[in-house]
Design a protein around this ligand. Structure first.
Ligand code: FES
Ligand code: FES
Length: 160
């Protein structure tokens, strides 16, 4: 039997997209496999690691846990909306690079989306607030301290 499909329309990184998806297609899958936006990473596939974090309608969401049929009319931002120009990085990317906030990089797109969300809501967070807001993103490489430092350095760079 053929799987039922659904037509959906949404915006990704300021571009309107229309596509047909099966009910079981996750947002992570449609971003990576149908739109080629492979900056969003797949780690655990079950909502534990945050590697697949994207911004949907102003909230950071694990895209492996949302189905495509749920994002009809939504606005999505992925890491591709930041910068791919090494000489002109977004300030959050620049700070992670400058402070060693990444090693293998699998977790980094998710951390950058979560950091952006944090700073939009709390422009001058304490260390405890940074750790709390980034708690949904796991990193096996850095030990977290350099990630925290990266976020703190964005704040001090913007206030200087
Ligand atoms: S891949 Fe989505 S939370 Fe881990
Ligand atoms: S830099 Fe490797 S998992 Fe975070």
């Amino acid at each position: 039997m053929k799987n039922k499909t659904y037509d959906i329309t949404f915006t990704v990184n300021n571009k309107l997209e229309k596509m047909t998806v099966e009910a079981r297609t996750t947002v992570l899958s449609l971003l990576r496999d149908q739109l080629g936006l492979t900056g969003t990473k797949e780690g655990c596939s079950n909502g534990n690691c945050g590697a697949c974090t994207v911004n949907i309608d102003g909230y950071t969401i694990d895209s492996c846990c949302v189905f495509g049929v749920e994002i009809e009319g939504s606005t999505i931002e992925t890491i591709e909306n930041f910068s791919s120009d090494a000489k002109n990085l977004h300030p959050i990317q620049e700070s992670f690079l400058r402070n060693g906030g990444l090693q293998c990089g699998i977790c980094t797109p998710g951390f950058i989306l979560s950091t952006q969300h944090l700073l939009k809501n709390i422009p001058d967070p304490t260390e405890d607030e940074i750790r709390l807001w980034l708690a949904g993103n796991l990193c096996r490489c850095t030990g977290y301290d350099k990630i925290i430092l990266s976020v703190q350095d964005i704040i001090s760079s913007e206030s200087s």
